[in-house]
Each structure stands twice: as C-alpha cells, then as structure tokens.
Write a protein that binds this ligand. Structure first.
Ligand code: GTP
Ligand code: MG
Length: 136
C-alpha cells in the first residue's frame, strides 16, 4: 500500500474545518492515519517543502499564508492514498473544484485552498521525511 503527506492549511484550522476534513479521510475504507501533529511552519521548512515553487510569483504570498497560523500535518497510509486524498481534495483552484470535494465545498481562492496532499510516491517520501523525520 501507499502513504502520503497531508497538510490541513492555516485556513482550515482557523475556520474550524479540521474535524470535517479529517472525518472525510477517516471514513475511507481501510485507510489509516499513522502520524498527526498540530504545528507552526517556519520559512526553512516551507522552502524545503515547496522547493519546486521557489522564485515563482505566488511563492512569497504562499509562504506568508502557510506560516500565518498552525497547520495539521498527517501521514495517511492505505490503498491508493496518494491519488485518493487528491481526489477528495479536488483541483488546486477551488472554484474549478466540484462540489463534494474539500476544495469545492469550502474554498474560493487558489492560495487558501485548505489542504495539501503529496502528488506522487516520490513526493510523498520526500515530504514525509521533511515533516516526520522520525517515521520509518
Ligand atoms: P497542493 O496540494 O497544495 O500542493 O496543491 P497542488 O499540488 O494542487 O498545487 P501546486 O503544488 O501547484 O501549488 C502549491 C500551492 O501553491 C497550491 O495549493 C496553492 O495554495 C498555491 N498555488 C499554486 N499555484 C498558484 C497560483 O497560480 N496562484 C496562487 N496564488 N497560488 C498558487
Ligand atoms: Mg503540489
């Protein structure tokens, strides 16, 4: 099976959507949450996490936003979780996201799109090392 790194972004925490979003993940058959932590993210960690976006026009505002309050970081394990959590999340632009998806139900603006989920097995392993270096 697979594992993936999920972040409930500061907007999700501020708006009291953590239970709602975690609930959707928890309810999927045979998926397991194997690590979970509330934490504030610093610039160095965000630069590692968003390495592919450093220098893009939206990078600075993204880091500002991602460090504006605590996030919930978690690792989810199970059958096709990488594709699965991204399907629950919906596309990056919440207005383009279908109702029923997390971004489609709760989001409006691209930067504050509630959730991050790793986009490949390589990204998942890289990101899990950044957030949970102690995890095997
Ligand atoms: P994540 O699951 O959060 O990684 O989203 P993604 O994979 O759908 O998007 P991507 O990795 O391309 O970008 C990471 C994050 O940067 C997005 O989730 C948005 O919060 C933000 N972002 C991406 N593209 C844009 C953009 O064009 N404008 C703005 N303002 N933010 C963007
Ligand atoms: Mg991404």
């Amino acid at each position: 099976s697979q594992r993936t790194l999920v972040l409930l972004k500061p907007d999700a925490v501020r708006r009291g959507l953590v239970g709602e979003i975690l609930g959707r993940i928890e309810q999927k058959a045979d998926w397991t949450i194997s690590a979970l932590e509330l934490r504030r993210l610093g610039r160095e960690l965000l630069e590692q996490h968003y390495a592919e976006h450093v220098g893009k026009p939206f990078y600075e505002p993204l880091v500002e936003f991602m460090s504006s309050g605590p996030v919930v970081a978690l690792v989810v394990e199970g059958e096709r979780v990488i594709e699965g959590v991204r399907a629950l999340a919906g596309p990056t632009d919440p207005i383009a996201a279908a109702p029923g998806s997390i971004r489609g139900d709760f989001g409006t603006i691209v930067r504050e799109n509630l959730i991050h989920a790793s986009d490949s097995e390589e990204s998942a392993e890289r990101e899990i090392k950044i957030f949970f270096p102690g995890l095997a």
